[in-house]
Design a protein around this ligand. Structure first.
Ligand SMILES: Nc1nc2c(c(=O)[nH]1)N[C@H]1C(S)=C(S)[C@@H](COP(=O)(O)O)O[C@H]1N2
Ligand SMILES: [Mo]
Length: 486
């Protein structure tokens, strides 16, 4: 083999690698568990040192996901590419095109089957890997295979078109129907929240519709769940296990709630905090259907993406199993078809793509707790400074959300003299509900650059702690300070 030949082989191999990944996607749609890419990505995340995973998810967000997804793509495509290159070698040895194509499709398909356990994924990847090999060999049937440069370029061009069509097919196969949920009530609640919100430039609104609700996920690709087959099972230390379909959940008593979520990894003045109107059935409906047999009184919630979190069943009892968000079906990124909402607890307990509520014999750590986080308990109290609106005459309105989970917000104060004197900020009327933030605002008169400090007092009369800490391991603390000028 001379070197130009092997370069042509490499081009066909790369094309086969890409097309195998795309073929998989085209065959099964955007469904993590059924994509070799999704499996490899999950394996990379599992093999990555925990500190790095935490850093990536909490700090880099979607950029971090893109990085490990790119690595997963390179590894996956390289594996299928190697199969195709081996296929070309088979062609040379046997002098037949059919043997090479069948070998590539077979081994590629087997690889995908082993990785995903999904026959359709095997077909998609096998065919995808074999097509470039077939194209490369097409005009030299039975002959000794010599791949010249021109042929390699033709193959890559042809495969690029197929890859584009295949990717589009795969993404379109993914159901993206956001049906209305909950009738007119969620809409009315959103309107009421909009009317109650302060009108300050840059403030997000009491229901976060001016900007997208934040998202924190352990996986780069959200699991795709089919609402007609998805179930939530109550398992483990119970007299009899019970399984609920989505039809069961929708048939159970319905509630609409304002509910605020905040990630334990949120910075003190960060934006991993939002509020939506959620529609679902009280978790109690499900919990009452089983008889616990242990006295641990703790549950492990498990999800379709492998996520799991353990906390006292008592916290879940007042919670909601939500299938609607802001009057629509839950968006995929927020847990379609059903997620848990646990009043007043850090975001990580609010499991998306919920599949199982397991009653435990003894408490064990969940996903984040294994990485050292302590985020299964109640949220810390915080007043954030998210907006400053200048009036042009020396007056500046500062404003933000204030949140203390189920304790509620009683008062927010601001200081412009470094904390010597404080004045009360205005608060929005509390929206009904046990776990909803409020907005605060205060207009201050300034004659020069000034530091503004804000702090909140919760419904129990306790002032937000002044001592500063980062979000790891149990949530950020301190008073938010911002420099403003008139
Ligand atoms: N299945 C599953 N549920 C999950 C997560 C996840 O990665 N997988 N992330 C948790 C974390 S850390 C937070 S802060 C919230 C975020 O919910 P949101 O993305 O709807 O804002 O979901 C929680 N539920
Ligand atoms: Mo989180």
């Amino acid at each position: 083999m001379n070197s130009s030949l092997s370069r042509a082989d490499a081009a066909v191999g790369a094309a086969a690698g890409v097309l195998a990944v795309v073929g998989n996607l085209a065959a099964v749609g955007l469904a993590t568990n059924r994509l070799v890419l999704g499996r490899v990505d999950a394996a990379i995340v599992n093999a990555t040192p925990q500190a790095l995973v935490t850093f990536s998810i909490e700090r880099l967000g979607s950029t971090g996901h893109l990085l490990h997804l790119a690595l997963a793509f390179a590894l996956t495509a390289a594996a299928f590419g190697a199969v195709a290159v081996a296929g070309l070698a088979v062609a040379r040895r046997t002098d037949t095109m059919a043997a090479a194509v069948i070998a590539t499709a077979g081994v590629g398909g087997l690889l995908a089957y082993v990785a995903t356990g999904t026959p359709l994924a095997a077909v998609g990847s096998g065919v995808g890997a074999a097509v470039p090999v077939a194209l490369a060999l097409a005009r030299s049937p039975g002959a000794a295979v010599d791949l010249d440069r021109r042929r390699a370029i033709e193959v890559v061009a042809g495969v690029s078109v197929l890859a584009a069509v295949g990717s589009a097919t795969g993404v379109l196969r993914t159901p993206n129907t956001a049906a209305d949920v909950g009738g007119s009530e969620p809409r009315e609640m959103m309107d009421a929240a909009a009317a109650a919100s302060f009108d300050v430039d840059g403030l997000e609104g009491l229901v976060s519709t001016r900007r997208a609700h934040y998202e924190v996920d352990i996986n780069a690709i959200d699991p795709s769940r089919n609402a007609t087959t998805h179930t939530v099972s109550l398992t483990g230390a119970v007299a009899d296990e019970v399984e609920f379909t989505m039809a069961d959940l929708r048939g159970a008593p319905t509630e609409h709630r304002y509910n605020t979520l905040r990630c334990v990894g949120d910075d003190l003045n960060g934006e991993k905090i939002d509020t939506a109107v959620w529609t679902g059935t009280p978790a109690e409906t499900l919990l009452d259907a089983v008889e616990p047999t242990s006295d641990c009184e703790c549950v492990m919630l498990r999800a379709a993406d492998g996520y799991h979190v353990q906390f006292p069943v008592e916290a879940l009892r007042g919670g909601l199993l939500a299938y609607g968000m802001n009057g629509k079906e839950l968006p995929k990124g927020h847990g379609f078809p059903v997620r848990a909402l646990v009043p007043g607890h850090w975001g990580e307990t609010n499991v998306k793509w919920l599949t199982e509520i397991e009653f435990l014999d003894e408490a064990v750590d969940g996903y984040w707790e294994k990485k050292g986080w302590q985020g299964t308990g109640p949220v810390e109290t915080v007043a954030k400074i998210h907006a400053t609106e200048k009036h042009g005459d020396g007056r500046v309105t500062v404003a933000g959300p204030a949140y203390a989970g189920t304790r509620g917000i009683e008062r927010v104060e601001v200081s412009v003299d470094g904390g010597d004197t404080w004045r009360d900020a205005d608060l929005t009327e509390p929206l009904p509900g046990d776990d909803v933030w409020r907005e605060w605002k205060a207009t201050v008169d300034l004659d020069g650059p000034t530091e503004v400090v804000a702090h909140a007092t919760d419904g129990t009369g306790r002032l937000q702690p002044e001592e500063e800490s980062g979000s790891y391991p149990s949530g950020a603390s301190g008073w938010v300070t911002t420099g403003i000028r008139p």
